[in-house]
Design a binder for this molecule. Structure first.
Ligand SMILES: Cc1cc2nc3c(=O)[nH]c(=O)nc-3n(C[C@H](O)[C@H](O)[C@H](O)COP(=O)(O)OP(=O)(O)OC[C@H]3O[C@@H](n4cnc5c(N)ncnc54)[C@H](O)[C@@H]3O)c2cc1C
Length: 526
């Protein structure tokens, strides 16, 4: 059931589980507890929907390079960032996880993959495309071919996916919107901890819970950990807390001068599957490639670009409206009407080839998404000068791009250019490499890709991590954390699927502990 803290004040409630954040991971977990019959409270700092593109609570202090993801890469409302994300779901490669660093094995993380795919209505099946003959015989020695699975636009938003449990009228699941977690009194024993949430009109909610799950997104989870330590000064923070903050950086490595428009589109266009699921082709450095062994997890994809007022963009805006739960504006519908000839072709392609057809005048770019060089000098801390609307220190993000990235990008670009020019791809379009000096010039202002990782990393011990293999905080055992900040590195693909697998694992861990405690209590009463 949904409650709005702006309309109710002075309440004190309790539950075995409190989840902070009703976003992508938070609602997935809440649904698991709901299905297991475990009462859960979720507090969400935003409202039912976020209308503006940047939420005022996203303000941070930047002391390094510009980090756009802090303002534009996170959303505060029911569903959190899943109301806007692209939805590409794909697991890391085993080689992305160094067992010296990760306290959990690849198999352990991937165990609930089928279940997670089922939740998002993705079709089962491999992510790597090993049938080379279906892909023009492209040699997979240096780069392997993989395809992410993208849920239907509507189901990408977890607030749509789990609407039944969120809006049910029993008291198993209480979701409080406009309830921003501010103060903590954390118990390290079996006793319940206390969390105070506030709304922007001054209302207060006090929650008592045995287990607290921080699911407030990577940047906010890190800030909440730092606030926990500030509010519990006797407990030493783990040395790595806030450090090793990193993202993928994105670099444009080539343009494609098209020679065979339809054949290129057939290969790289989104393929439609059942349930509105889409898939598209990407290249990842193969585990045996020397560049990959030297440590450059990355993926390369083709991006078709159109002007903002094109029919293609209008269609995209309509579908994204479905994800946000918003009707398209008239100007967007008008854009679609103006693009009728392309729309008719796209419909034909949709049903004849099962492929998304791009307009013929698209600009085609080759884009590299690379795990940035990880350094403990990149960190999230607490600002000493600036506070949020509730008087708590803002996050201070110190993020820098290493000038050495340019050499890594140029090496991968050359290797991919070689693959392109020595494969049937060369017949589809000409690879026009971006000159090395331009890459060097641009790299220091390269964009992040809204994949913040590492700042509450998992580790074998408190000396090396903030949370353990079960995502429990080393310093506060009753507090668990779930966001991409627990991933020690961002890997060679989009990180959210790995995060969601960990969220399912964490929910199962809590459920089995609660259920075994309940059955022990029953045995004692018998
Ligand atoms: C445009 C865009 C495209 C993306 N595309 C992809 C993609 O294709 N594939 C991929 O893998 N990843 C993608 N990502 C990243 C992906 O969206 C995130 O990794 C994921 O949604 C993060 O989920 P989360 O649960 O950690 O955080 P969120 O979904 O952001 O949820 C956190 C919730 O916590 C709430 N909250 C914050 N602070 C507090 C507080 N103090 N008290 C109470 N509540 C609080 C927030 O309001 C929010 O609702 C994309 C991101 C963006 C922005």
């Amino acid at each position: 059931m949904i409650h709005d803290l702006r309309q109710i004040s002075g309440q004190s409630i309790s539950a075995p589980i409190l989840i902070i954040g009703a976003g992508t991971a938070g609602l997935l977990m809440a649904e698991q507890f709901y299905k297991a019959g475990i009462r859960t409270v979720v507090i969400e700092s935003g409202g039912l929907k976020q209308e503006a593109e940047v939420h005022p609570y996203n303000h941070v202090v930047l002391s390094g390079d510009a980090y756009a993801g802090a303002a534009k890469g996170r959303f505060r409302c029911l569903g959190g960032t899943s109301t806007r994300w692209g939805g590409a779901m794909i697991p890391f490669l085993r080689e992305d996880m160094d067992p010296q660093v990760w306290p959990i094995s690849y198999e352990q993380i991937l165990e609930p993959l089928q279940e997670l795919e089922g939740i998002f209505q993705l079709n089962p099946g491999p992510y790597q495309l090993t049938d080379t003959s279906a892909y023009m015989g492209i040699n997979q020695n240096e780069f392997i071919l993989r395809a992410a699975k993208w849920p239907s636009f509507k189901l990408r938003n977890v607030a749509n996916l789990f609407t039944q449990s969120i809006h049910s009228d029993d008291d198993l699941l209480d979701v409080w919107i406009n309830a921003h977690a501010c103060e903590f009194n954390i118990e390290r024993s079996e006793n319940p901890s206390q969390v105070i949430a506030k709304s922007n009109n001054g209302n207060i909610l006090t929650i008592h819970a045995n287990q607290i799950i921080l699911a407030a997104g990577a940047i906010e989870n890190t800030r909440l950990h730092l606030l926990l330590h500030q509010q519990h000064p006797k407990i030493d923070p783990p040395a790595s807390l806030g450090h090793f903050f990193h993202d993928h950086i994105s670099a444009w490595i080539a343009d494609v001068k098209v020679q065979k428009t339809n054949a290129l589109n057939r290969l790289f266009g989104f393929q439609f599957e059942k349930n509105g699921v889409m898939r598209n082709l990407r290249f990842e450095l193969s585990p045996s490639s020397s560049l990959r062994i030297q440590g450059a997890p990355c993926f390369i994809n083709l991006v078709y670009e159109q002007s903002q007022d094109s029919g293609f963009e209008s269609l995209r805006k309509c579908l994204q409206g479905l994800q946000k739960g918003k009707w398209p504006e008239l100007s967007v519908l008008w854009g679609l009407v103006r693009a009728t000839p392309w729309l008719l072709k796209a419909l034909f392609w949709r049903y004849f080839y099962n492929t998304l057809s791009y307009p013929n005048d698209s600009q085609i770019k080759i884009n590299l998404v690379l795990e940035q060089i990880i350094s403990s000098g990149n960190f999230i801390g607490l600002s000493k000068e600036e506070a949020d609307a509730f008087g708590k220190p803002l996050a201070n993000i110190h993020w820098k791009i290493d000038p050495k990235e340019a050499n890594r990008i140029i090496a991968i670009q050359k290797s991919f250019e070689h693959l392109w020019n020595h494969s049937p791809l060369a017949e589809l379009g000409q690879f026009l490499a971006i000159p090395a000096n331009e890459i060097e010039k641009k790299i220091l202002s390269a964009p992040d890709t809204y994949h913040p990782c590492g700042s509450t990393r998992m580790g074998h011990t408190i000396e090396t991590g903030v949370v353990d293999s079960n995502l429990r905080s080393f310093a506060f055992p009753n507090v668990s954390t779930i966001s991409t900040s627990v991933l020690p590195n961002a890997g060679g693909s989009n990180p959210t699927l790995m995060m969601l697998l960990l969220a399912l694992r964490l929910a199962k861990d809590h459920i089995s502990k609660i259920q075994s405690r309940q059955s022990n209590e029953l045995k004692t009463t018998d």
